[in-house]
Design a protein around this ligand. Structure first.
Ligand code: NAG
Ligand code: NAG
Ligand code: NAG
Ligand code: NAG
Ligand code: NAG
Ligand code: NAG
Ligand code: NAG
Ligand code: NAG
Ligand code: NAG
Ligand code: NAG
Length: 883
């Protein structure tokens, strides 16, 4: 089978009369044209072409070699090539929701004297269009714009440098060339069957489609007419296209057209154009069927004399991407089949949406304001993901369509001048980093109005004035303004700077010991709680309205989100009149409840008798509103109504780690791998408090009863009633008590009153010793009552079996246990400086878990949730030794 190569790209030797005509909406870009020659009118079409300098901000200009010049139209002669960067884009202003035909012409013409044929990819917006791999081609796509800007991007894929000669946009009527699901049409070819050798385009084709003449002299006979063909009803076809056609020379033969599609699964759109050009005699008939790869497509059909008609076949797939269209004469027909013209497209559906318009406008304006010339800042900022702009993070997930910009990092980018208002356009921003620039002026208040923006780093600039109160008061805001020598001090954001600018990470809170109140302070609450996954989303969803409330100038920083505030009567109804108690602690009773009918919550009622209660209540609410982490129990709401102080947490269905260690909750014991997984998760929560929060937080009450487990046995740290960050204003040197739980309390903190994150590391070390030994933290009947001392003593004997929890029956990797023991002992080092950081602890524990997982048998695959459950059940039902 002969496959006709149907391709001719350029409008070679087109000769037309120049006619002035209304060309509104055409965009004609002559790439690489020097601005001083722009605009000019071409002799062939009379259309005015402009230089591309307004549409692109990268690349270099070139010109095809002299020898090729006679073959091409003026717009093709110059070109722009892109030796730098992976993706370079043209940005065009268009009208949203217009069906545009976009044409891009690539004629290599040995412009670089390298005689190296090109290969690179072409994208429109974020969507892959086609690979350009010919030295002489025009690509065309028909696409409905989704916004007021359109990008055509050239993407380097190998050694060759992308280039482009001409870029043209033509608006089409909404009714032509539409696909049922809104996909774009990529042109494979557009031909009229004629021996003329001439291309037809504007002005004969008012949409400036380029019709190449195509003819197979060996197989076909040309049919033409001098009469007028009526083209009104068919796509505004040019008369010249319809007044000619082809029929097979051998009257019995089919008229064949072939093409290939890439990828082979791509669906073809076939537009066939017919008009009977012969004057038929009374006994003449021309009738034929259309088939695609032998399958019936349409027919029997007879062209209408001198009247253009279109037959369209949508979404056709061909085996292995090789398509053979045949017009087959029917038995009744006295004349062979006739075809005048045809177009073949493939459909490009949209896997990828373009980034939110406002975000795009915002980031562009930021780019312009600061003159940022980052190489990757080309094309769509967020999509496709592999071309994400350097310094941005986006949410491209399904729940955010279109994609949005969530973080912007312009640290160390030589920025000068004020913070630009354009940042306000990025209305979904969560993190902003402008640190280490030379920004000046005041810190603008609008930053507080970007609802989702909760992390701002402005360190190392030259800001003046003071931090806007609305920013300081915004709940959950982590603002860092260190190293701005001219910034006036404002509230607690500057405490950091004054107090310990040199030791940024360690928080030093002088406190006065008061052992007597220790007991009072033990906030032992058993919150068993949880919340179905959707809860998180819901809480998230509430945030904005709270933010509105908070930046409205309220000077009540400690009062929190209105939407999360419940009345006492709501608390009563959610707990069904305090029906089900799920825990008791020093500060009150914890009840089970429901919010919104179905979401389970744990409701902690603070007892009236507690003198410390209100302060800690406030501390906890404020902290939980500020921090969000999957390993920290989250706050669903609270009630602050006179005497009635209530905290409402997510429900953690599986209680606390201590119960599981002691076996009081279930009959089974946790295996070693699961224990490690739980403490690793708790460690992540703690690490977040230390390093992820600004200012950092010290939990102050890390212990096994404060590590809670949800329905999936995921661990979360709870009870922030004692947590401290920085002393708040006016409280810088206030006497506060050493707080914590005996046995877990860092002896150095107890002795010196200096509180640092390392105190949490100490307490965490005790937790590790508990999961290793499964013995009480304090046991007066032991030779050494305190667990750390006892383990230290046992270690001198060098035998882990006497230290390790006997109920594990030796089912653990001893290397893993040794490593964990070593880690635990370093955490409880009496000197805080010798203790590891939580980040180091996490690394160590992950190694322990890896060792344990590489052991065969019961401890494997611990990180899969289902296998944890299975192993728990096995542990309860089957003696591990039986396996
Ligand atoms: C180019 O063509 C436009 C009409 O399309 C006409 O108004 C204009 O004068 C022409 N310019 C030149 C330089 O010929
Ligand atoms: C595109 O539109 C924007 C805003 O409407 C305008 O600032 C810009 O100059 C336009 N660009 C071109 C090349 O017309
Ligand atoms: C394209 O490549 C062919 C074969 O290498 C060469 O003969 C032709 O001149 C090239 N044309 C252009 C426009 O570069
Ligand atoms: C059309 O007209 C030209 C010249 O007027 C003539 O040579 C040609 O044969 C005519 N073609 C047909 C199909 O009538
Ligand atoms: C058309 O294609 C069929 C099937 O490949 C072939 O048998 C036939 O010879 C072709 N006809 C012409 C005119 O090329
Ligand atoms: C059709 O009619 C013409 C005379 O009008 C005759 O010469 C010709 O043979 C007929 N053709 C067929 C297929 O009957
Ligand atoms: C043309 O199509 C019709 C309708 O499907 C069918 O009956 C007929 O046999 C076909 N003719 C040929 C020659 O394929
Ligand atoms: C900032 O400016 C310095 C000195 O002019 C230069 O070395 C550095 O590359 C620039 N950094 C960026 C990110 O532009
Ligand atoms: C920052 O800008 C100020 C004035 O705009 C200038 O005096 C100073 O040298 C700049 N500092 C740096 C580090 O570029
Ligand atoms: C920068 O901000 C200051 C006040 O913060 C203002 O007075 C000044 O006009 C701003 N400059 C520019 C260029 O916007």
């Amino acid at each position: 089978m002969e496959r006709h190569c149907v391709f001719i790209a350029t409008a070679v030797m087109m000769i037309y009369l120049v006619q002035a005509q209304d060309t509104t909406g055409f965009i004609n870009v002559d790439c690489g044209l020097p601005p001083y020659e722009s605009p000019y009118n071409t002799t062939t079409t009379g259309l005015a072409y402009t230089s591309d300098t307004d549409f692109v901000n990268s690349g270099k200009t070139g010109r095809i070699a002299k020898e090729f010049e006679p073959d091409y139209d003026e717009p093709i002669l110059t070109l722009r090539y892109f030796p730098e960067g992976i993706r370079n884009c043209y940005h065009l202003n268009v009208t949203r929701d217009i069906n545009y035909m976009i044409k891009a012409t690539f004629v290599y013409g040995n412009y670089d004297n390298a005689n190296d044929d090109p290969s690179f990819d072409l994208y429109f917006g974020p969507i892959f269009w086609v690979t350009v791999s010919s030295n002489n081609t025009r690509e065309e796509i028909i696409h409905v714009t989704k916004s007021n800007s359109l990008q055509v991007c050239l993407v380097r894929t190998g050694a060759t440098v992308p280039f482009i000669n001409v870029l043209e946009l033509r608006p089409l009527p909404k009714t032509d060339y539409v696909t049922p699901r809104g996909g774009s049409l990529n042109l494979i070819f557009r031909v009229y069957l004629s021996n003329s050798g001439f291309g037809i385009r504007y002005p004969e084709d008012i949409y400036d489609r380029t019709w190449n003449s195509y003819f197979d002299k060996e197989l076909w006979a040309e049919v033409t007419t001098n009469l007028t063909v009526n083209v009104d009803k068919s796509n505004e076809l040019p008369h010249g296209v319809m007044a000619t056609g082809a029929t097979p020379l051998n009257e019995k033969d089919a008229l064949n057209m072939t093409w290939d599609v890439e990828p082979p699964t791509a669906k073809s759109y076939i537009y066939m154009y017919f008009a009977e050009l012969k004057t038929l005699r009374a006994n003449d008939t021309r009738e034929f069927n259309m088939t695609l790869n032998g399958k019936y497509l349409s027919g029997p059909y007879s062209p209408i004399p001198l009247e253009a008609q279109t037959i369209t076949a949508e979404e056709q797939q061909c085996d292995e991407g090789a398509c053979l269209l045949q017009l087959v004469k029917t038995l009744n027909s006295s004349l062979p089949p006739l075809l005048n013209a045809m177009e073949i497209f493939t459909v490009i559906d949209f896997p990828q949406m373009e980034t939110n318009d406002d975000d795009v406008a915002g980031i562009k304006s930021i780019q312009d304001t600061y003159g940022l010339s980052r190489i990757s800042w080309q094309g769509d900022p967020c999509v496709p993901e592999k071309f994400l702009w350097d310094g941005l993070n986006c949410d491209n997930s399904k729940n955010s369509s279109p994609p949005i910009i969530t973080s912007l990092d312009l640290s160390s980018s030589n920025l000068t001048g004020n913070i630009t208002q354009a940042i306000e356009n990025l209305s979904h921003l969560q993190k902003l980093n402008l640190s280490n620039n030379n920004l000046t002026g005041e810190i603008p208040e609008f930053l507080a109005y970007i609802k989702s923006l909760l992390v701002i780093d402005l360190t190392g600039n030259n800001f003046t004035g003071s931090v806007p109160p609305s920013l300081l008061q915004k709940k959950g805001m982590e603002l860092n303004v260190d190293n701005n020598p001219h910034l006036l001090c404002a509230a607690d954001s500057c405490v950091n700077k004054e107090e310990n600018g040199h030791t940024k990470k360690s928080i030093v809170v002088p406190v006065v010991a008061s052992i007597s109140s220790l007991a009072v302070l033990v906030v032992a609450i058993f919150i068993f709680l949880v919340l179905k996954k959707k809860k998180a989303a819901k809480v998230e969803g509430r945030r904005p309205s709270y933010m509105n409330a908070s930046h409205s100038g309220s000077s009540q920083p400690e009062i929190m989100m209105k939407n999360r505030r419940f009345t006492y009567s709501e608390v009563m109804s959610m707990t069904n009149n305090f029906q089900r108690v799920i825990g008791k602690g020093g500060f009150g009773i914890v009840y089970h409840g429901f919010v919104n009918g179905t979401e389970q919550v744990a409701v902690k009622i603070l007892s009236h008798s507690s003198s410390q209660g209100y302060k800690q209540f406030k501390a906890e609410v404020e902290l939980l509103l500020r921090v969000h982490h999957k390993n920290l129990v989250s706050l669903v709401g609270y009630c602050d109504e006179g005497e009635n102080l209530t905290l409402i947490y997510e429900y953690m269905a599986n209680g606390d780690l201590k119960e599981h260690m002691s076996g009081t909750r279930n009959r089974f014991i946790l295996n070693w791998g699961t224990r490690l997984k739980i403490v690793i998760e708790a460690a992540h929560g703690l690490e977040y408090l230390h390093n992820g929060c600004r200012p950092p937080m010290v939990h102050r009450d890390v212990k096994t009863t404060n590590i809670l487990l949800n329905e999936h046995f995921e661990a979360k740290l709870a009870d922030f009633g004692l947590s401290r960050s920085f002393p708040t204003e006016g409280e810088t040197h206030v006497s506060t008590v050493v707080a914590g739980t005996p046995g877990y309390l860092d002896p150095e903190y107890y002795r010196t009153n200096w509180l640092t994150e390392k105190s949490d590391v100490y307490s965490f070390g005790i937790v590790l010793l508990e999961i290793i030994t499964n013995r009480p933290v304090m046991d007066q009947s032991r030779e050494k009552p305190h667990i750390a001392e006892w383990v230290g003593l046992m270690l001198t004997e060098g035998d882990i079996t006497s230290i390790m929890d006997p109920s594990l029956n030796g089912l653990y990797d001893s290397g893993s246990v040794w490593k964990a023991l070593e880690l635990a002992m370093s955490c409880v080092n009496p000197s805080s400086t010798r203790r590891p950081t939580m980040s180091e602890v996490i690394i160590g524990l992950n190694e322990c878990l890896a060792n344990e997982n590489s052991r065969g048998g019961a401890g494997r695959d611990m990180d899969s949730k289902s296998s944890i459950e299975v192993s728990l059940i096995l542990g309860s039902e089957v003696s591990p030794t039986a396996r």
